[in-house]
Design a protein around this ligand. Structure first.
Ligand code: ATP
Ligand code: MG
Length: 462
């Protein structure tokens, strides 16, 4: 864009929507009005001229008929304002209406002949003949070489055209000003709800309390926009509330191991003599491990919430389940009959995902099962169609159907006291669900009568 154009364009873009809409509408209307006024004046002018021509011609025919019948009275009567001159073969005026010269023909010989030949009317300035304004003239030939010249003043038509022109010139700006004012008002009215929305949005930023935008009554686009924005604000508010709850829950969970550490250290320091420092260290270590587990779980959740997935690699569920079963079989001394029933499958089910994440899913489920089992825990792996199914079953008390979804929420523990002693913060199943969903799978709990079965379904790798 040339520099000379860039400045007005920038200026235009900076103006308010109200001004731009009003100006554009007014400009378009001005163009339309000017075009229609031009067409109107042209058509009207032509029609008026044609009317005069018709009158002139009619009068001419009458005079020619009278002349041919030799019944021309002297002088020719002029009932209207037409001017008539009857010329003989030599071009002398033999008869004329009183309103014209009886000596000088309106048309000199040459143009008279041409006018007779073409038969078309001409414009003529009447002033040299002491006639006011322009004339419309026509020449017709009659018998015996007689020529009839008929003319009529064009002044009336001219003055009415001038009047119409004046009316248009004065009326158009008035009409334009009226339209500009109306569109200024209408656009302002239309934009008012948007201004209210804007103000509402500004207040949302300022005070945390009023988190809703004003919704206009009219069921228009602004109404839809306000509703959508309010829905969005609602979702943000919910997310915000969840975040706050998470922070306060996390702080709550941090408090008890920290308080426990502090208490143990204070007691030990207040009676240093005869203190079993090994026991103190073991107690402190236990609480520290709880703290670090909590921190790890929170970090894992934060990473999953951000949608930062781990690697995407083929993970063999059978070998993962076998390793986990072996590990727990060796590590645990709970007197449980840990019989990992890894059911053999034709082709080992492989899913795409992050090994460490999926291992944590299984570990969390096995942790829960071991904590609640009466005597046995089983891990099962199956493949069905395009889905791999991983199950962890125990024979413990199970979970009531109405609680089986709730336990997936963060920091939700059903047997609060016992879980707390065991060090659980209630994040295990939340991590399981978030991880499984990030892998495109589902997880639910079902009755294993007796006990509970956690079922994880993941899409098989192709
Ligand atoms: N196999 C199960 N049998 C009975 N109840 C269970 C079982 N697994 C989980 N629950 C209940 O569900 C609750 C939530 O489990 P979740 O794994 O999320 O937390 P947690 O085990 O208490 O703590 P964390 O896993 O963070 O150490 C547990 O507190 C427990 O009450
Ligand atoms: Mg758990």
């Amino acid at each position: 864009m040339p520099a000379s154009l860039a400045r007005p364009v920038t200026w235009w873009r900076r103006q308010s929507l109200r001004l731009r809409v009003t100006a554009a509408a007014t400009a378009v209307l001005a163009l339309a009005l000017a075009a229609s006024a031009y067409v109107f004046v042209a058509v009207l002018g032509e029609a008026l001229v044609r009317g005069i021509d018709d009158q002139v011609y009619q009068r001419g025919r009458e005079i020619v008929a009278l002349s041919d019948a030799n019944r021309l009275s002297d002088p020719v009567v002029s009932s209207d304002n037409t001017i008539v001159q009857v010329l003989d073969r030599e071009g002398r005026i033999v008869d004329a209406t009183p309103n014209t010269d009886r000596l000088v023909p309106l048309l000199p010989a040459a143009s008279r002949e041409a006018a007779v030949r073409t038969g078309s009317p001409l414009f003529l300035d009447g002033r040299p003949y002491a006639l006011p304004g322009p004339l419309r003239v026509r020449a017709l030939s009659a018998d015996h070489g007689v020529t009839v010249i008929v003319a009529r003043s064009f002044a009336e038509v001219e003055s009415s055209m001038v009047t119409i022109g004046h009316v248009l010139i004065a009326g158009m700006p008035l009409l334009l000003a009226l339209l500009a004012a109306v569109s200024w008002l209408v656009v302002g009215r239309t934009l008012r709800p948007i201004a209210l929305l804007r103000r509402g949005a500004a207040e949302v930023g300022a005070t945390a309390r009023s988190r809703r935008l004003p919704v206009p009554e009219a069921r228009d686009e602004v109404h839809a926009l306000a509703t959508t924005l309010n829905d969005m604000l609602g979702r943000l508010e919910e997310a915000d509330a969840r975040q706050r709850a998470l922070v306060s829950d996390a702080a709550h969970e941090l408090r008890s191991p920290l308080a426990s550490i502090r208490l143990q250290l204070e007691v030990a320091l207040s009676h240093p003599e005869g203190q079993d420092w090994t026991e103190t260290a073991e107690g402190v270590l236990e609480d520290t491990l709880r703290l670090s587990r909590l921190a790890e779980d929170l970090l894992a959740l934060a990473r999953l919430d951000e949608g930062r997935l781990g690697r995407r690699e083929p993970v063999d569920l059978v070998s993962m389940a076998r390793r986990t079963a072996e590990r727990y079989g060796l590590d645990l001394d709970l007197g449980l009959d840990l019989a990992p029933s890894v059911s053999p499958v034709v082709a080992s089910p492989v899913v795409l995902g992050d090994t460490l994440d999926l291992r944590r899913v299984l570990a969390n489920l096995v942790d829960n099962a071991l904590r609640h089992a009466a005597s046995a825990v089983g891990i099962g792996v199956r493949a069905e169609g395009s889905v791999a199914e991983l199950t962890v079953t125990d024979d413990g008390p199970g979970i009531r159907p109405e609680d089986r979804e709730r336990v997936f929420d963060r920091f939700t523990r059903l047997d609060d006291a016992r879980s707390r002693d065991d060090g659980g913060a209630g994040l295990g199943l939340a991590i399981v669900r978030t991880t499984v969903e990030a892998h495109g799978g589902t997880v639910h709990l079902e009755d294993a009568s007796p006990g509970l079965r956690a079922v994880v379904r993941l899409p098989l790798a192709r």
